[in-house]
Design a protein around this ligand. Sequence first.
Ligand code: 13P
Length: 252
Amino acid sequence: MRKKIVAGNWKMNMDLAEGIKLAGSIDKYFSEKPAEKVTVILCPPFIHLAGVHEVLKHGRVALGAQNCAAEASGAFTGEVSAWMVKSTGAEYVIIGHSERRSYYHEDDKLLNKKTLLAINSGLKVIFCCGEVLKEREDKKHFIIVKRQLEEGLFSLTSEQMDRIVIAYEPVWAIGTGLTASPEQAQEMHKYIRDLVKEKYGSDCSKKLPILYGGSCKPSNAKEIFSKPDVDGGLIGGAALKREDFVGIIEAV
Ligand code: 13P
């Protein structure tokens, strides 16, 4: 049985005081819930990681970063390495988010390098994939996701795959209010699981958590999360408000 995961990607929102306040209230809510059912992860901006860790460190809410550098250390002004992320108390890092792919031109090769560095630094990776609208309209969405996984992820060993969570985020659903239908999400999640099964075998594919992301809200989360290959969500806008994020956790 795979455990469900709800991860909040705060993107470039909230100052430190706001972030600490939100993290504190999520931690309080979650500490009153029974253990085991769901893993909750908060992914604030780099600069808030250590402060938010102070709030979360005695509880069960995990911490993650939204990115890390493609180099281990050295003269890379402005960059933040995977090891630095790990040293803040974070357990996870998001890699390959579509905003990184499109605005910062991060390609599959670079994302593969980041993924390996993150894993070798002791982090778990939430690896994002997903097609843009035109690719779906042209019926190329499966080919695109396959390429992203083969080139970004499939150089990993089976042991390294144990540290991976995949997030399928159709780009046309991110921040647009348009969600993939539960059937569209299930179809792609099953496709991803089958690809992993082909490459790594059925044990690995059965264990692998695959999250859905893109305009998830309390009102649509339950239906999407009820699909057999959807193991939870990577949440953007709705992770910024306590009631919405808690509503999504409740939907699991
Ligand atoms: P929204 O939930 O705001 O659509 O964002 C999803 C996302 O990009 C999470 O990483």
